[in-house]
Design a protein. Structure first.
Length: 320
């Protein structure tokens, strides 16, 4: 980090003001999310070099540039170099016009390279999400063709415990009652799942989705045991709600500045979750228990994922 203090413009400056400017700037950078040790250099631009040297005499990381004489002053005991900046500054001061021309050429080259990368960059394809949607669509069509035979063989109910048909925990999540039921769940899976897949990785996302199916199914079985209700349930909504729970936690875990930028999206997501669960509880035909179990599972797993990731990151930074 390089601080440029132009004493030719600000006029008088005390040592206390100098230290305050530097410390407040470092604190601001820390609030912006920089947690690592910061290496910094202060460069004072001055017409009166004696006053500038006296101002930063206590700062070993401070250099002075004599604007009129176009020379760099580094006192004994000060930082001798800073990532090669000493030579670059000296070359610039000897011939600023040639240096500015070189800088302009470099900026244009970098800008063209960035534009080229942006044009060629394609959003990553969410293969796992597309496969999940494809399986759901194929199973739905096969069930229609078979006259709901798959529905009868794969739906989930309390009979799972009596007949040891635990496979129904998975098969029930790929069956749907009608086209609207299928479209509603697949829209959530595509909109939210494709984002999560790119965040946590394809393998982790595939494992997460399958575990979300099991977790939401088990929550339904436990509730059925308690209520002695033998109703059957199908649909991917339990896993879809797990995705919503995970996405909510992921958005809330971002730095405050990013949360502000994503606030409209976050509010819409939270509103969808609240409205969805409220409607579920009011509609006896909807498996609200699986939805609540799914959203709790997704939120908890994403919270653990973020915590483990941060712990590993902090461990690596300590090793470095």
């Amino acid at each position: 980090i390089i601080f440029a203090l132009d004493l030719t413009r600000i006029g008088t400056c005390t040592v206390e003001q100098y230290d305050t400017l530097q410390s407040s700037s470092l604190e601001l950078l820390k609030k912006q999310g920089i947690r690592h040790e910061m290496h910094y250099l202060t460069i004072c631009l001055a017409g009166n070099t004696e006053r500038a040297l006296a101002l930063c005499a206590h700062d070993k990381r401070a250099w002075v540039i004599d604007v009129e004489a176009r020379r760099l002053l580094i006192e004994e005991g000060k930082l001798e170099d800073f990532y090669g900046m000493k030579q670059k500054l000296q070359v610039f001061l000897e011939n600023p016009d040639a240096a500015m021309e070189e800088i302009t050429q470099l900026e244009n080259l970098i800008r063209k390279e960035i534009e080229k990368k942006e044009k060629s960059a394609k959003p990553p394809v969410s293969y796992v999400t597309l496969v999940i949607i494809g399986i759901n669509v194929i199973v739905f069509l096969l069930d229609l063709y078979s006259g709901n035979f798959l529905w009868e063989q794969g739906a989930l109910s309390l009979h799972v415990l009596q007949n040891a048909q635990w496979y129904r925990l998975l098969t029930s999540a790929f069956l749907h009652a009608d086209i609207y039921h299928l479209l509603n769940n697949m829209l959530i899976v595509y909109a939210v799942g494709s984002v999560l897949e790119n965040v946590i990785g394809r393998v982790s996302y595939a494992v997460f989705y399958m575990l979300a199916i099991v977790a939401s199914g088990l929550s339904f079985i436990c509730y059925s045991m308690f209520s002695q209700d033998y109703v059957m349930t199908i649909g991917a909504s339990g896993a879809a709600y797990a995705l919503l729970g995970a996405m909510t936690v992921l958005l809330l875990s971002q730095p405050l500045r990013q949360i502000r930028n994503m606030l409209p999206r976050l509010l819409i997501l939270l509103a969808c979750v609240i409205i969805g669960i409220t409607q579920d509880l009011q509609n006896p035909m909807v498996n609200a228990v699986s939805h609540i179990g799914g959203i709790c599972f997704g939120a908890i797993v994403m919270l653990l994922f973020i915590l483990v990731k941060r712990i590993r990151k902090e461990g690596k930074s300590h090793e470095n």
